[in-house]
Design a protein around this ligand. Structure first.
Ligand code: C2E
Ligand code: CA
Ligand code: CA
Length: 594
């Protein structure tokens, strides 16, 4: 806080000194004069102020929006009404608007008469002074964005915390682990990762019911936190899996002792209502003093150690050692499997229908890759991350692109009349940084005589955030070819509604974690509505993922969502099965159809 205030004061040189409360030496502008300027500002409150930052006009709406009578603001230094933390941004906006003829936007908190602050977004533009063309004034149209801010904050919280326990989620944990590893460069300490898993939680959950199961998980989080030091990070990875990050340890044994302490604290019976429940935990510990260790690698080591703790009788902690790595089939086995799947033509592509919520017809299908195992199909969850880390995903995605394009060519001959457009594929960051990717996509569209829109591309937030300029250029090239680009899994990363404005996107896919909470959490409805409204304002369409129930579908229709995908309409399957669904749904119509 004091840091930002300091920065704000150092900026104050751009403004005249704060001479008391009132600076009366700017002549006020009358509403008629403003009218004569032919300016038609939009927004809740309109204000004019001088280059020195003194209000010369404030519209009457200020009373209702900010609590201030216009006269109370006119003649005063605008700076006094800006939240100190937002001042640097406001000053930059002011300077830019003074220097350029285009409008500049600033988002900041304005101090209201009641002492509170209101989040506003101001569009600031330079205009000639109505009485003296040689002078200039700044015209600010201020909009009340308190609601949008509330939703954004909620979205941020939701994206960063585990909704059940309120502790960090995987995204935050991986981020902190990455930072902790980088800090090792400048220190001689050790960091420890503890992977915790409750023993036989499934049995407890099934016999007591999910509600008590959830309460138990909350209590486990509470107890674990109590056993940790304030500087440790506890996160829930999902289900009954928790992880701890502990920094500044002096030796490996510190981490083991910490893990044992956590296991002991969980061993005590939990009292939930009338029930007393005994539940133990197993822990796997991995440590390192090496800054080049990868976050995922370290977590995987802790996971392998956990596996051994389970194997050696549960309710105990085991520390990772190299023996575990050599005996582990884990990662290397998976990598080998992917390589041979590519070589031996064992990659399979299935398609999941995406329906238009207004007509009920199938408009698209998402291509999803699998590996044909000896007995069954191996789902991408098992191998996508490892394929990405080992650089094999570009080949995998290349195969998927190829198959998908051929498939859509077949389908568009057969099914165009049924409202079916094309296939969506998932693309990784590495693919985008490959400058030829745009050409590959263009080539395959031309070779197969595909119309625009026959192919769509999905990228995740992480891919966008990590995208280089050349990757973003590649996305623009692809869009210029008429291939829509969408943001996948929206809401799972560091989601901010502002990404939707920042990146070249045509659609957004709301992650299934939101869709699945639609019936349960009221706040989720507000968030989903805000995402849909903003996307529409930016001319994007919205797809909801993971729709499993009619109720979810109905809510999404009410919220104005455009498309949906999920088990309710069909699992991913081979082309013939998808054709059947497309045909079947092409006869139904009307808004409420399911
Ligand atoms: P995604 O892009 O979010 O794909 C949707 C996933 O949600 C698919 O899982 C799909 O089967 C699943 N799903 C669809 N409807 C429902 C539902 O109603 N309920 C539930 N619980 N799940 C549903 P899948 O096929 O296992 O794919 C997992 C992830 O693997 C994908 O998530 C995507 O990120 C990645 N992936 C799959 N194929 C490819 C590929 O060819 N290339 C790349 N780069 N990634 C891929
Ligand atoms: Ca996807
Ligand atoms: Ca997705």
């Amino acid at each position: 806080m004091s840091d930002t205030t300091d920065r704000a004061t150092s900026h104050a040189e751009h403004w005249p000194a704060m001479a008391g409360d009132i600076l009366g030496h700017e002549d006020p502008i009358t509403p008629l004069e403003l009218l004569a300027l032919q300016e038609h500002p939009e927004g809740d409150v309109t204000a004019l102020y001088s280059p020195a930052g003194v209000f010369t006009y404030v519209s009457a709406a200020s009373r209702a929006t900010l609590g201030w009578e216009p006269e109370e603001l006119i003649g005063r230094l605008a700076e006094q009404y800006v939240h100190p933390e937002d001042l640097p941004a406001v000053l930059t906006c002011h300077d830019t608007a003074l220097r350029s003829s285009t409008a500049v936007t600033a988002t900041f908190r304005f101090r209201c008469k009641d002492g509170g602050y209101l989040w506003t977004e101001s569009l600031v533009r330079r205009i000639p002074h109505p009485r003296d063309g040689g002078r200039i004034l700044l015209l600010a149209s201020m909009r009340d964005i308190a609601n949008r801010k509330l939703v954004e904050d909620a979205l941020q919280r939701q994206a960063l915390t585990d909704p059940l326990t309120g502790i960090a989620n995987r995204t935050v944990f991986m981020d902190r682990l990455g930072q902790a590893l980088r800090r090792l460069e400048r220190s001689t300490t050790v960091i420890g990762v503890i992977y915790l898993d409750l023993d036989r939680f499934k049995v407890i959950n099934d016999s007591l019911g999910h509600e008590l199961g959830d309460r138990l998980l909350m209590k486990v989080a509470e107890r674990t936190l109590a056993a940790l030091r304030p500087t440790d990070t506890l996160a829930r990875l999902g289900g009954d899996e928790f992880v701890v990050l502990s920094e500044g340890l002096t030796e490996i044994d510190d981490a083991r002792r910490l893990a044992e302490r956590v296991c002991e604290s969980i061993e005590e019976p939990f009292v939930l209502g009338q029930e007393s429940i005994v539940c133990t935990a197993s822990a796997g510990v991995a440590t390192t003093a090496d800054a080049t260790h990868s976050p995922r690698g370290l977590l995987q080591e802790a996971d392998l150690a956990l596996y051994r703790a389970k194997g050696r009788g549960r309710n105990r902690a085991e520390v990772f050692d190299e023996d575990l790595r050599t005996t582990a089939v884990g990662r290397l086995g998976v990598e080998r499997m992917i390589r041979s799947a590519i070589e031996e033509d064992l990659l399979r592509v299935q398609y999941q229908p995406i329906i238009d919520l207004t007509t009920g017809r199938v408009v698209d299908a998402e291509a999803l890759v699998r590996i044909q195992g000896p007995d069954e199909l191996i789902p991408p969850d098992i191998f996508i991350d490892i394929a990405e880390e080992s650089g094999l995903l570009v080949s995998v995605d290349g195969v998927v692109l190829d198959r998908a394009v051929h498939q859509v060519a077949t389908w568009s001959r057969e099914l165009a009349a049924k409202g079916f457009h094309g296939v969506a594929i998932n693309v990784t960051g590495r693919h985008l940084s490959d400058s030829h990717f745009g050409d590959v996509v263009a080539g395959s569209l031309v070779d197969n005589h595909l119309p625009k829109g026959a192919l769509t591309i999905e990228v995740t937030e992480r891919v966008l955030m990590e995208a280089s300029n050349s990757a973003l250029d590649c996305l623009r090239t692809i869009r210029d070819l008429g291939v829509p680009v969408g943001l996948d899994d929206f809401g799972t990363g560091y989601s901010s509604l502002s990404y939707l404005r920042q990146f070249p996107l045509d659609f957004v896919k709301i992650d299934r974690s939101f869709v699945q909470q639609l019936g349960a959490a009221r706040q989720t409805v507000a968030i989903v509505r805000a995402i849909i409204d903003l996307a529409h304002a930016l001319d994007m369409w919205v797809v909801a993922e993971g729709v499993e129930t009619v109720q979810q579908q109905e809510t999404l229709i009410d919220l104005g969502c455009d498309r949906a995908q999920g088990y309710l309409f069909g699992h991913a399957d081979y082309p013939d099965a998808v054709s059947a669904i497309i045909n079947e749904r092409s006869v139904s119509s009307g808004r409420r159809y399911a």
